[in-house]
Write a protein that binds this ligand. Structure first.
Ligand SMILES: [Zn+2]
Length: 227
């Protein structure tokens, strides 16, 4: 016996729409299914088309959110789209890690490597980290281990760049202070920079050279001060 999957009405002569709905429910629900279905198609195209990480991420979230709305109907026995929302969610989970991996490498290898300053790079890394966290919070992540490894990599990069950023900021500040004639303050700041070079020796490839450079700079200032 035919039964409407929304209101539960049943009868021998009840005719159901292609969505498994009686005519009354169909009038209410079919337009919604069509509308969300159209958004799903648009969303999928947008994900595939865009290269920009932020847009891609935004479209993906929208895409899954719409699929989940349809999936709620599917659970009730209502037919929605072909392939089904459930199948698309599964498919999405299959390419999910591929997408994260691709995005991670695109950003870390290409964009981030191209930044001129550690400060800019640091900003991007922090944004990337936030995206990963949002991603993990909002989606069913299937390969947690890989995601964790990438996040650890990002954290390492952030630590590394934070150190280089503070060092560069000290050096820039010292230059400015020296130019402005405030050599005592400049010397203090340079001592801070030197401390970073010593403390974080392993993160500076050219640390030995930099230490010599800063040391000579400090001595130059001390000579100026008449010590
Ligand atoms: Zn009904």
């Amino acid at each position: 016996m035919a039964q409407c999957k929304s209101c539960g009405k049943k009868g021998l002569f009840l005719s159901l729409s292609k969505y498994n709905l009686c005519s009354e429910c169909n009038q209410k629900i079919a337009p919604k299914i069509k509308e969300i279905g159209a958004q799903v198609i648009k969303g999928k195209e947008a994900i595939e088309r865009t290269e920009n990480f932020e847009d891609k991420f935004f479209h993906t979230k929208e895409f899954v959110r719409n699929l989940e709305l349809l999936h709620k109907l599917e659970i009730q026995g209502i037919k929605t789209i072909t392939p089904s929302a459930k199948d698309l969610i599964n498919l999405y989970q299959d390419f999910e890690m591929e997408y994260i991996e691709e995005t991670y490498y695109n950003l870390c290898q290409k964009e981030i490597r191209n930044y001129n300053t550690y400060k800019e790079k640091l900003k991007s890394l922090r944004e990337l980290k936030k995206h990963f966290e949002d991603y993990k919070a909002g989606n069913k992540v299937t390969k947690k281990k890989e995601l964790k490894e990438w996040q650890e990599l990002i954290d390492l990069e952030i630590d590394f760049d934070t150190i280089h950023c503070s060092y560069n900021q000290f050096v820039d500040e010292a230059k400015k202070l020296e130019k402005d004639g405030d050599v005592i303050k400049a010397k203090n700041i340079l001592e801070n920079a030197f401390e970073i070079l010593v403390k974080e020796e392993s993160t500076f490839e050219d640390g030995a050279d930099l230490r010599v450079e800063i040391n000579e700079w400090i001595k130059k200032i001390e000579n100026k001060l008449g010590k």
